[in-house]
Design a protein around this ligand. Structure first.
Ligand SMILES: [Ca+2]
Ligand SMILES: [Ca+2]
Ligand SMILES: [Ca+2]
Ligand SMILES: [Ca+2]
Length: 302
């Protein structure tokens, strides 16, 4: 959907919600009825009055409702720098420093991906087993429809499956070997993505399209982006589009770097641009941060 049109729909939804006191669920072309954008900042932010720390992920319904994913509570000084929701309710994340879970039974370094499933922690990706050098930070995680993990790192790596990946590239892990999934700077764009960029958040989209954020401002293919923005990269074009401009939703994002993201999943509602009134939906759910904000999603007051 045209980005301007989508922005108008969201604004209209907000206005209707304010005027009528009726929360609206928006389904837009290419997006599902789950309109939430999950994103983590690199600093503490206030989004619609909800404080979001860098070790948390904000689940933003884009209509003023913010829920928090706190991963069961991470220690002071820790930071979440990669995030992905699996289809079964579990979540994947990576931290910026070494963190222990389950009383030390699970120790995750910055090069690892942790799985949190119904309160149980495990390593979904063990960087040292996969040959990732110590000191490397994994800064993006997603999963392709085929089941392989998609990863990004903060430095150039030799890949066990052959070749190398730069920090702006995406790497595929099939459970055995690492291979290049996206060589961003090789795309025939004018101007191209520069080698000085670092992808610091990634989400695999349908059709071989990638949603990525960078750790700096930049431009490619005629699109200028900030570090809190998410752009869609279609290698088949190739083309670049600005998909999520976080600071237009919450101005406070302009001072932060968005360092983990997951966009809404496309679904049966794709192609429909409509607001569906769901009386009481917001009042039942998406309560502002409650006493236990960990994994607070839609029933935080129950
Ligand atoms: Ca973060
Ligand atoms: Ca990490
Ligand atoms: Ca990276
Ligand atoms: Ca970013």
């Amino acid at each position: 959907m045209d980005r301007v049109l989508r922005s108008r729909i969201f604004r209209a939804a907000r206005a209707a919600s304010v005027l009528g006191g009726v929360p609206l669920l928006i389904a837009t072309m290419g997006e599902s009825s789950r309109a939430d954008v999950a994103a983590s900042p690199d600093i503490t932010l206030s989004l619609s009055g909800v404080v979001v720390e860098d070790r948390e992920v904000a689940i933003d319904d884009l209509m003023g409702g913010i829920a928090l994913e706190g991963f069961g509570g991470l220690p002071d000084g820790s930071e979440v720098d990669a995030y992905h929701e699996e289809g079964d309710g579990s979540v994947l994340f990576s931290t910026g420093t070494t963190v222990s879970f389950s009383g030390g039974a699970v120790v995750a370094g910055p090069e690892d991906v942790v799985k949190l499933d119904a309160g149980a922690y495990s390593l979904e990706f063990d960087g040292s087993v996969a040959g990732i050098p110590s000191g490397t930070n994994l800064d993006g995680v997603s999963r392709e429809a085929g089941g392989d993990l998609i990863l990004s790192f903060d430095t150039t790596l030799a890949l066990s499956g052959g070749g190398a990946a730069d920090d702006e590239d995406l790497v595929r892990y099939d459970g055995v070997a690492l291979s290049l999934a996206l060589d961003l700077s090789s795309l025939a764009l004018v101007p191209p993505f520069g080698p000085g960029l670092d992808v610091d958040a990634a989400d695999a989209r349908p059709g071989g399209v990638w949603a990525v954020s960078f750790d700096t401002t930049g431009s490619a293919g005629g699109v200028t982006f900030d570090d809190e923005d998410v752009v869609l990269v279609d290698p088949g074009g190739p083309s670049v589009t600005l998909d999520f401009d976080a600071s237009t939703v919450h101005a406070s994002w302009s001072g932060a770097d968005l360092d983990a993201v997951m966009l809404p999943e496309p679904g049966p509602w794709a192609g429909v641009a409509a607001g569906i009134a769901l009386l009481g939906w917001r009042s039942r759910g998406l309560r502002r941060a409650g006493p236990d904000r960990s994994r607070c999603r839609y029933r935080c007051d129950s």
